[in-house]
Design a protein around this ligand. Structure first.
Ligand code: NAG
Ligand code: NAG
Length: 188
């Protein structure tokens, strides 16, 4: 019995000194074989409707006002922060599935083209708490635009993919718009 305790004690001592000396050498990373995690890549298609509400008393998209007297016709230099509703159907009153949080910025002097950077934060079912991160170029008057999915969290960790955008509704007077997002996401 005492021999067993001695062996255990020696093993613990050896283990702790091995880790301690590894840290002393500055080791902080190791190469792992992804196969050991038994991960299988999946492709998920999500279709959501993105509601850009700039008008009214409770807008979900607000223009950040810098010291610019007037923007060009292409909105070059403008920055709009968004916390836009994502719903399951075209109507803003359909099921809320999450929020699109981030910004879009006028990035072209000669056409209407925005740099978009945002997270889709999902709130329903098994997607609750998971996010995908979208970055790309949005020429809003083109019929179809694509942007990159270049990361995610929760269910969408290790995500990559792309989104396809189609404007479903645009009110020229108020500036409000509803855009369909078809998201194709590879993840584990
Ligand atoms: C959504 O609901 C609000 C309030 O319930 C209503 O005023 C609005 O017209 C509805 N919008 C649509 C597109 O159905
Ligand atoms: C989503 O998760 C949050 C935090 O865990 C929880 O409070 C909320 O009720 C969940 N919503 C749904 C629809 O499951």
């Amino acid at each position: 019995m005492s021999k067993l305790i001695l062996i255990l004690a020696v093993q613990i001592l050896l283990l702790t000194t091995t880790f301690a000396s590894a840290r002393d050498r500055g080791d902080f990373a190791r190469t792992m074989n992804p196969k050991r995690l038994h991960m299988k890549e999946k492709l998920t298609h999500l279709r959501v409707y993105w509601h850009d509400i700039v008008s009214g008393r409770n807008p979900s998209a607000i223009l950040i006002h810098p010291h610019v007297k007037k923007y060009s016709s292409t909105s070059f230099g403008s920055i709009t922060m968004i916390d836009n509703a994502l719903t399951s159907d075209v109507s803003i009153n359909s099921t809320l599935v999450g929020q699109a949080q981030g910004f879009y910025a006028g990035a072209s002097q000669h056409e209407v083209s925005f740099l978009m950077a945002m997270n889709f934060a999902f709130k329903t079912g098994k997607y609750n708490g998971s996010t995908i991160t979208i970055l790309g170029r949005n020429t809003i008057f083109s019929e179809v635009r694509t942007m990159s999915v270049f990361g995610g969290s929760g269910i969408f960790r290790f995500a990559r993919g792309y989104v396809e955008l189609r404007t479903k509704w645009f009110n020229q007077k108020s500036g409000d718009a509803t855009v369909e997002y078809n998201c194709f996401v590879l993840h584990y």
